[in-house]
Design a protein around this ligand. Sequence first.
Ligand SMILES: *Cc1c(COP(=O)(O)O)cnc(C)c1O
Length: 494
Amino acid sequence: MLIQEHSRTGRRATAQAPLHAPAVADIPAALRRRTRPPLPEVSEMQAVRHYTRLSQQNFSIDTHVYPLGSCTMKYNPRACNSLAMLSGFGGRHPLAPETHGQGVLACLFELQEILKTVTGMQAVSLTPAAGAQGEFAGVAMIRAYHQARGDYARTEMLVPDAAHGTNPASAVMCGFTVREIPTGPDGDVDLAALRAAVGPHTAGIMLTNPSTVGVFDRNIQAIAHAVHEVGGLLYYDGANLNAILGQVRPGDMGFDVIHMNLHKTFSTPHGGGGPGAGPVGVSQRLEPYLPVPLVACENNHYRWLTESDRPASIGRLTAFGGNIGILLRAYVYARLIGREGMGRVAEFATLNANYLLARLQAAGFEAAYPTRRASHEFIITLKREAREFGVNTMDIAKRLLDYGYHAPTTYFPLLVPECLLIEPTETESKDDLDGFIAALTAIRSEAQTHPERVRSAPHSLPVRRLDDVRAARQLDLAWTPNANTETEINATHG
Ligand SMILES: *Cc1c(COP(=O)(O)O)cnc(C)c1O
């Protein structure tokens, strides 16, 4: 039910804060609206109940274990939120002069420095608004680098078949042809195939390490060498940075450019499409091309570096400085946990993943890469369950919701059939992991004895299975007021 549908003419909630703005601003009469906006007329209690009920119809990290692989749905300390929302930050106008924003610029500058240290890169630009936009920026910098050297033959971007879909999309948007590199049976990039693919046409490779199959590529140095040797550059998709935080650094692995998904690794509630932040980091040779603006510190004064400071920049990707609220959350998080805390994030994320993997294997589930240790996530394949019980991965994922667990990532990466990509994160307790294991195990025996119950799940949620195709093809989100919700504004309000 929409809040508008609770509306009754004349019903009101009183404003409990004093009104600061004059009731009618200084707007010429001709430009003022003649009808009231169709706002819902509800009591305060109706509004509270409505939104509280809505919030409870969703799964969220605040209410449920949420082991969505590749997404790092971990607990976001409340302090990050409340400090980022201080009125000195939130109330600042983006066009206010630098002299009036030294505090926020200092935070952003320090965040650039922290991210440089964490990743081992030479310079960082905070402005991209998401991982995918960071990828676009990174690939655009690779293109700018080759073109600045007059090297126009490099038309191919190498992308492993395990990669996130945004990787090939970013490469194509920057005008490259994507060349797919297969993954070997043990989860590492197929080195022989890579060596056969590189050449004078190679602009670079886009790698996620640990990869989306949940293993750390043991040949990373050989990969870096093979690509650099032919003049290509290495792009690091930082979505899985949580696994290596404070342990190893992409810069030390030989990467030239990286993005970080701050909303995954550095504490921002996410899911449902944003908001996020995808800062990019580069090695020395790509620094001139970084997106602007960046924050510089000169004689204890902070200022924005813009196109005039960085004439070779690939340009601007977002309005003003990017999603500042998300950057501030990341800054607070980094300061809260500190250098030691970063290392513990990766240790416990990896420990939790390997505990879960071992227990699930013992319960009879099949690991996709049984010879490998998990990074912070891992894949189980349910192809045996699909074959023997006629119950597929989507059925099991939907049944998990009835048990009170958000499903892991399903059917990604595409190269593993009937897969669940599971990422518990460092913030789940052993008790909660045990609960998740018990739920999956119970569903597996249900699949044996009552497969129909699993196939028709979920049974306990406000909505059952959605028609994904219809939702995509005939999406209708528009609410149309009926005629009597608009009332004429009378003369005294005019
Ligand atoms: C999430 C993710 C991305 C894209 O990041 P967004 O911030 O969602 O745009 C890219 N690669 C991998 C491996 C991811 O998990």
